[in-house]
Design a protein around this ligand. Structure first.
Ligand code: HEM
Length: 439
């Protein structure tokens, strides 16, 4: 982007129509019965079907793959053929073997469009990945985390003090989205009143195939270019003044990021927006939902808040906010008795590895005192391990600390709505009712 950013690049018109309808008609139709895993042909099992994720109906399929075919080849899907890596051990191997399993070419099952590439450092290999990661990682260094703590606590307290006790409200929008969006606004130092724009761009970035978010490819690209236009303004404000501590300023001044193309700037922005938003947001909702299923664990935590750090790690394992990360094989590789060929698409299913019965006892249960509770896969492993993991844990710890100071109980009133995506494993809404703490 050099000294002064240019206007957003002209981008060629899309070459295909909206993916959503195309996608849905290829998979299980909305509302149609979903056969149990035992009745389907393993050879053609496609776990990426969004309807499986919208209905939380994929667990038995993963269990069957882990047992019968842990390195599974899907020969045909709307995204082309791909491998599924489903066990904890094999996921660790793939995630830490970046010389073979490259991130270039995309980190989700969806391929990048040739005419609308969004380079971002999560989808790069060394050395460029390492240099760009280093440019931003001090935003969540120990000093910054310390200074964020008081801010997060005061925002969480203020929000909790305004919640309608005894009345129904949507936890997703009122709490999870609001708290994570406020944090993002701080990391980017964007005007506070614009913070919901970040929520929207996060949803759009991951919602390309979700008709509840965008209904055409034109709309998808258009909204992302709006995001680029907005952030180009902030870049221009910050590039010619001394470097400050926010992410835009870091990117504008960083030796390895200051000459990014506009598309690469947009790519990295979306990485940081989605990274800091959807994931933590869905852990905030996932925790409340999980406690509604395991009320004894909630009571135990209420009686002993010293267990909060362990409970937070367990919630992040149980929720697994990003269900998969993709790699692209650079050379042939033997794993689990199968040969992955150079050029193959490989999906590491963290959602499955985190429920691997050979690694965890009672893996489907929420157990806040689980031994070695931080040994989950939700943040990945290896050179791409989540930059923001300590920040996310801190946000969640503060949420539960402040929660128990004010409330005795949160009742989940209906099954939550779920995102129809095999990448972002999360919630669209969850009505709840709070009970105030009895003093
Ligand atoms: C519970 C919350 C979070 C979860 C579950 C999560 C999960 C992940 C995962 C699975 C990866 C890829 C790991 C791999 O490929 O091995 C990742 C990378 C990343 N995350 Fe997070 N994340 C969370 C919170 C955050 C936050 C709060 C931020 C921003 C402040 C963030 C920023 C990033 C970035 C920049 C990367 C790319 C790292 C790289 O490629 O080197 N994440 N995250």
């Amino acid at each position: 982007m050099a000294d002064t950013a240019t206007a957003p690049v002209a981008v060629a018109p899309p070459t295909r129509s909206a993916g959503a309808e195309e996608f849905r008609t290829n998979g299980i139709p909305m509302g149609a019965p979903i056969p149990p895993a035992s009745e389907i042909d393993l050879a053609t099992l496609d776990i990426t079907d969004p309807e499986l994720w919208r209905r939380d109906a994929f667990w038995d399929r993963f269990a069957r793959m882990r047992k019968e075919d842990p390195v599974h080849w899907c020969p045909d899907s709307p995204f082309g053929p791909y491998w599924s890596i489903t066990t904890h051990k094999d996921i660790m191997t793939v995630d830490t073997t970046h010389e073979v399993f490259s991130s270039e070419g995309g980190i989700t099952v969806v391929d990048a469009d040739e005419d609308f590439k969004l380079p971002m450092f999560i989808a790069m290999d060394p050395p460029k990945h390492d240099l760009q990661r280093k440019t931003v990682q001090s935003i969540v260094g120990p000093d910054n985390l310390k200074s964020f703590e008081a801010l997060i606590r005061s925002r969480t307290s203020t929000l909790f003090d305004t919640l309608p006790v005894g009345e129904e409200f949507d936890w997703v929008d009122t709490v999870s989205i609001e708290l994570t969006t406020m944090m993002l606004a701080t990391l980017f130092d964007v005007p506070f009143e614009d913070r919901r724009k970040l929520t929207r761009w996060s949803d759009v970035a991951t919602g390309r195939n979700n008709p509840d978010i965008v209904t055409s490819e034109e709309q998808w690209r258009g909204e992302l270019l709006e995001c680029l236009g907005y952030f180009t303004g902030l870049w221009n404000e910050r590039v010619n003044v001394d470097q400050r501590g926010d992410l835009i300023s870091m990117l504008a001044h960083g030796e390895h990021t200051r000459n990014m193309t506009p598309q690469e700037y947009l790519g990295n922005l979306l990485l940081l927006i989605v990274g800091g938003n959807d994931t933590t947001r869905n852990s905030m909702t996932g925790g409340v939902y999980a406690f509604s299923k395991w009320p004894d664990q909630f009571d135990k935590l209420k009686d002993n808040p010293a267990l909060i750090p362990s409970a937070v790690s367990e919630i992040i394992r149980w929720q697994t906010p990003l269900a998969h990360m993709r790699r692209n094989a650079l050379s042939d590789y033997e794993i689990g008795g199968k040969t992955i060929r150079a050029g193959d698409k490989v999906l590491m299913w963290y959602a499955s590895g985190n429920r691997d019965e050979t690694q965890y006892s009672n893996p489907d249960d929420l157990w806040i005192e689980r031994p070695q509770v931080r040994r989950h896969l939700s943040f990945g492993f290896g050179i791409h391990r989540c930059v923001g993991n300590r920040l996310a844990e801190m946000q969640l710890q503060i949420l539960w600390e402040e929660f128990f100071k004010r409330f005795d109980h949160v009742e989940v009133l209906e099954e939550p709505g779920r995102v129809p995506s095999s990448f972002v494993k999360g919630y669209t809404r969850m009505p709840v009712r709070l009970t105030a703490r009895q003093r």
